[in-house]
Design a protein around this ligand. Structure first.
Ligand code: NAD
Ligand code: UFG
Length: 339
C-alpha cells in the first residue's frame, strides 16, 4: 500500500486513476488548483469508492504548500497529472504552458527532493513522437515536437531523465498516453471541457446531445482507409489501470518510458459511427481542411507496457462510446448543473 500525492487528481484522467487507486487499497491525497476541474469530481470519486478523500486546493508552482502536503500526509509516491493540455492554447500562450508544466514540475521535483520522496509517475503524451517515422510507435521512436504543449512534455521528460542520471535512487515512470476517451462506467465522472472541446470524442458527444450543431472533420484527404485521421483511442479506465500497474511496479532504481495505448487505430468516421451506435443519436458532420499540426495516423505498439507492467487495454471503442455517452447524457453540463 502506498501513500500517493496525486497532482491534478480532480481532472479527467486523474479522477479515474484515483478511483482505481482507492479501490486497490492505496491512500491518496489530491492536490489540484481546479483551474480545469471541479471539486465536485472529488465528491463523485468518494461516491463511487465509498471512501473519504483528502485533498488540498493548491498550485504546483507553490513549492512550500507542496512540501507541507507531502510531509503532512507522509507521501512516498507522486503521480503527476497537473498541467495545461490544450495544443491550440499553448501556441497562443506559450508562457503559461512552460510556467505551469515545466516550472510547475520543477517546483514539484524540488519539493520531493527536499523530503527525500523519489518515486514519480509522470503523464507524458504520444505527442513527443512528432510526425511518425514508422508505425506502430515504439518507445524507441525518435522524439520531436511541433508545438509548445508538446515541447513542455518533452522538456519535462528530459528533466526527469537528467534527474535519474544524477541520482539513480529515483524511480521514474514516464507514461506516454495515446488518445484517452470514455468515462467511468458509473457515469459519475468524465471529461468536462470548460469551453468548446478541442478533442474529438467530447466534441462528438456534445453534437450527439444537441449542444453543438455538427462536427467539423479536419481533413478527408489523408493517406488512411477513409481519408480521415487515425488515432489510438484508449478507454480512460484502462489508462487509469495502467497507472495502478505502474505504482505496483515501482522499483528501487529505474527510469522507464512506457506507451499506454491499445495498438489499434480508428478513423474520425469510425468514431462517429461507433458513437451513433452507442447513443442512438445522429452525429451530423461536415468536412473541412486539415487542422494544422495534425498527423495522418498515430497508434502505439503496446508490447512494452505488457512486458514491464503486465498491463494491456481490455476495453474497446464501443465501451468508450457507451461510457462517454452515459456520462454526457446524465451530466449534460458536466460538473456544473447550474449552467
Ligand atoms: P485535465 O485538465 O482534466 O486535468 C489536469 C488537472 O490539473 C486539472 O484538474 C487542473 O485543474 C489541474 N492543474 C492544472 N494546472 C495546475 C497547477 N498549476 N497546479 C495544480 N493543479 C493544476 O487533463 P487530463 O486530460 O486529465 O490530463 C492529465 C495529464 O495528462 C496532463 O498532464 C496532460 O497533459 C496529460 N495528457 C492528456 C492527454 C489527453 O488527451 N487528455 C493526452 C496525453 C497526455
Ligand atoms: N478531429 C476532428 N474534428 C474535431 C476534433 C478532432 O476531425 O473537432 C480529428 C483530428 O483531426 C484527429 C482526430 O480527430 O484526426 C483526433 O483529434 P484529437 O484532437 O481528439 O486528438 P489529437 O490526436 O490531435 O491529440 C490528442 C491530445 C494531445 C495528445 C495527443 C497524443 O489532444 O494532447 O492526443 O496523445 F498529445
Amino acid at each position: 500500500m502506498r501513500k500517493i500525492l496525486v497532482t491534478g487528481g480532480a481532472g479527467y484522467i486523474g479522477s479515474h486513476t484515483c478511483v482505481e487507486l482507492l479501490e486497490a487499497g492505496h491512500e491518496i491525497i489530491i492536490y489540484d488548483n481546479f483551474s480545469n476541474s471541479s471539486p465536485l469530481a472529488i465528491k463523485r470519486i468518494e461516491e463511487i469508492t465509498g471512501k473519504a478523500i483528502n485533498f488540498v486546493s493548491g498550485d504546483i508552482l507553490d513549492q512550500k504548500t507542496l512540501e507541507q502536503t507531502i510531509h503532512l500526509y507522509n507521501c512516498d509516491t507522486v503521480i503527476h497529472f497537473a498541467g495545461l493540455k490544450s495544443v491550440g492554447e499553448s501556441t497562443s500562450d506559450p508562457i503559461s504552458y512552460y510556467e505551469n508544466n515545466v516550472a510547475g514540475t520543477l517546483s514539484l521535483l524540488k519539493a520531493m527532493k527536499s523530503l527525500n520522496v523519489k518515486n514519480i509517475v509522470f503523464s507524458s503524451s504520444a505527442t513527443v513522437y512528432g510526425q511518425p517515422q514508422f508505425l506502430p510507435l515504439t518507445e524507441t521512436h525518435p522524439l520531436s515536437t511541433t508545438n509548445p504543449y508538446g515541447n513542455s512534455k518533452l522538456v519535462i521528460e528530459n528533466i526527469l531523465r537528467d534527474v535519474f542520471a544524477s541520482s539513480p535512487d529515483w524511480s521514474i515512470t514516464i507514461l506516454r498516453y495515446f488518445n484517452p476517451a470514455g468515462a467511468h462506467s458509473s457515469g459519475l465522472i468524465g471529461e468536462d471541457p470548460l469551453d468548446t472541446p478541442n478533442n474529438l470524442m467530447p466534441y462528438v458527444a456534445q453534437v450527439a446531445i444537441g449542444k453543438l450543431k455538427e462536427l467539423t472533420v479536419f481533413g478527408n484527404d489523408y493517406d488512411t482507409p477513409d481519408g480521415t485521421g487515425v488515432r489510438d483511442y484508449i478507454h480512460v479506465t484502462d489508462l487509469a489501470r495502467g497507472h495502478l500497474k505502474a505504482i505496483e511496479q515501482i522499483g528501487e532504481s529505474q527510469c522507464l518510458e512506457i506507451n499506454l495505448g491499445t495498438g489499434v487505430g480508428y478513423s474520425v468516421i469510425d468514431i462517429v459511427n461507433a458513437f451513433k451506435k452507442a447513443s442512438n443519436k445522429e452525429v451530423p458532420f461536415k468536412f473541412a481542411p486539415r487542422r494544422k499540426g495534425d498527423v495522418a495516423t498515430c497508434f502505439a505498439n503496446p508490447n512494452y507496457a505488457k512486458q514491464t507492467l503486465g498491463w494491456e487495454a481490455t476495453l474497446g471503442i464501443d465501451d468508450m462510446c457507451k461510457d462517454h455517452w452515459k456520462w454526457q447524457e446524465t451530466n449534460p453540463n458536466g460538473y456544473n448543473p447550474a449552467e
